[in-house]
Design a protein around this ligand. Structure first.
Ligand code: NAD
Length: 479
């Protein structure tokens, strides 16, 4: 039996709350800290502030004994052997990571330390942050032998966060001392030894008793760079396939076939080769910008990342132009929208390309009726409901009398739409799919005008001016 560790997790967001629930599931005692009173009250009363598969089950099971919620960081620090910092590291105006939340937490931990603690960076932070945390704690008068600062970056994806955590590809531990490494190894032992998967009640996933996640022990700096470089690389893969999609579209090839062919090469792999409307979310945009900033700071030119960002911006615009090319004019048209979160499976709308496109449509005078299985509440904080922006309870209500239906994220339930019903519901049977969820041939045989990304027939002719306008324009040109 792996030994229990008492853990404090600071920050009860997508990462902190999932980490807390999973550590408890692995047999540890966890105190989850947040400075948002409303969130802590909600969690104490059995509510869950985010949408994440398996999280309600795990918290339901562990809440009574293994996880508690508090706003008291001091008490949590004193009760814990390891303190994970999982607060936000948003993008600053300059593009770098804003580390003020991490700084505030580090200072408060320093003021509370009363015995040896392992402080773990779980937030995504630039290289050298570990050094800074150490300095902040020392400046607060804590002796060097009372603490270690380690880095344990998190690689989970929203939507599959619990499975990703418990069935990780790898567990990276960046540490300068064996004392801290031993604590972290103990924390993850239920996974790395395979014990968790033998338990019979494990959350199902790709890992198992015979194939547990490996631990990679590195320097703290390497661990920090592994996280930034991994996210920047995945964003690069997405922008790469999006540009390839644009080439396919121009050449009359199918990007899905191309991506399949590329992905079968084990050196490339099939993941993150899905053409669409660009990446979003709370991680890729800010982490690409932060990593570019890190490169600048250390005197390395990383123009590639600038190009990745530019392609991503243009991809949203390109999709928007596709909608325009299908509808000609926008003002007063009703557009059905499926998907508001930055991807399916989550309620997170931070940097969502879907919301970006909805905002452009509203700006052009469209009426939008939108459906998302989980993101409606959060979307309403950004775009309140109005006569122009209508939130509806199912995909068919979104499509009702609409001039076109846009698919902007990839919730599984969108793949199971009843197309006959949809055809009757829409005013015009036009579907513009930003996530390539359907087969173009099937869609056209069902009677839809179907436009998608990087596939033959996936855009209307670029010049949408009807021919009857042309003579008059010619006359005007002569004059
Ligand atoms: P989040 O915004 O969902 O949650 C952060 C939480 O920290 C909030 O609940 C906030 O109230 C709390 N907080 C802020 N300051 C605090 C303080 N001083 N004391 C206590 N609590 C405080 O953020 P998130 O998405 O969970 O991301 C956290 C970190 O993890 C970021 O660095 C992010 O880049 C990284 N990360 C995120 C993901 C993801 O998919 N969301 C994946 C991997 C890594």
């Amino acid at each position: 039996m792996a030994k229990q560790v008492s853990i404090a997790v600071v920050g009860s967001g997508y990462v902190g709350l999932v980490a807390a629930a999973c550590f408890a599931e692995m047999g540890h005692r966890v105190i989850c800290v947040d400075n948002d009173d409303a969130k802590v009250t909600m969690l104490r009363e059995g509510g869950i502030p985010i949408h994440e598969e398996y999280l309600p089950q795990l918290l339901g099971k562990q809440r009574q004994n293994m996880v508690e919620f508090t706003t008291d960081l001091r008490a949590a620090t004193q009760a814990a052997e390891a303190i994970f910092i999982a607060v936000g590291t948003p993008q600053s105006r300059a593009g770098s990571a804003d580390l003020s939340f991490v700084d505030a937490v580090a200072s408060e931990i320093a003021r509370s330390i009363d015995s040896y603690k392992v402080i773990v960076e779980k937030s995504t932070v630039p290289v050298y942050t570990n050094e800074w945390i150490r300095r902040v704690i020392e400046r607060n008068g804590v002796p060097k032998d009372m603490f270690d600062v380690t880095s344990n970056p998190e690689f989970l994806r929203e939507g599959t966060a619990v499975v990703d955590f418990l069935h990780a590809d790898r567990i990276v531990i960046g540490t300068a001392t064996e004392r801290a490494a031993e604590v972290l190894r103990r924390i993850y032992e239920p996974l790395t030894s395979g014990e968790y998967y033998r338990s019979g009640s494990a959350v199902p996933g790709p890992r198992g008793e015979d194939d547990p996640p490996p631990i990679l022990q590195t320097s703290t700096k390497a661990a920090e760079i592994i996280k930034h470089a991994s996210n920047a690389f995945l964003a690069t893969k997405i922008s790469f396939i999006n540009i390839v999609a644009n080439i396919c579209e121009a050449a009359g090839a199918d990007v899905e076939e191309v991506a399949r062919g590329m992905g079968m090469d084990t050196r490339i792999g099939p993941k993150f080769l899905r053409a669409g409307i660009g990446y979003g979310g709370s991680c890729f945009p800010k982490d690409v910008a932060a990593f570019r900033h890190v490169a600048e700071q250390v005197g390395v030119e990383f123009g590639l990342l600038q190009e990745v960002e530019k392609i991503n911006e243009e991809q949203k615009l390109r999709f928007f132009q596709k909608v325009r090319s299908a509808l000609w004019t926008f003002r007063g048209k009703k557009i059905g929208v499926l998907g508001l979160a930055f991807k399916g499976g989550t309620d997170d709308i931070r940097e969502s390309p879907a919301l970006d496109i909805v905002q452009r449509l509203l700006h052009e005078g469209c009426i939008v009726s939108a459906y998302d299985p989980a993101a409606e509440q959060r979307a309403k904080d950004v775009i309140p409901s109005s006569k122009q922006m209508i939130y509806v309870a199912d995909p068919y209500a979104a499509a009702q009398d609409a001039d076109a239906l846009l698919i902007l994220n990839d919730w599984r339930e969108f793949a199971e739409l009843d197309f006959k019903r949809l055809h009757h519901t829409l005013r015009y049977p036009i579907i513009i799919d930003g996530r390539n969820m359907f087969d173009p041939t099937t869609m056209s045989s069902l009677g839809f005008t179907y436009l998608s990304v990087g596939r033959p027939g996936s855009s209307q002719p670029q010049d949408p001016i009807p021919t009857y306008y042309l003579p008059r324009q010619r006359e005007a040109a002569k004059r």
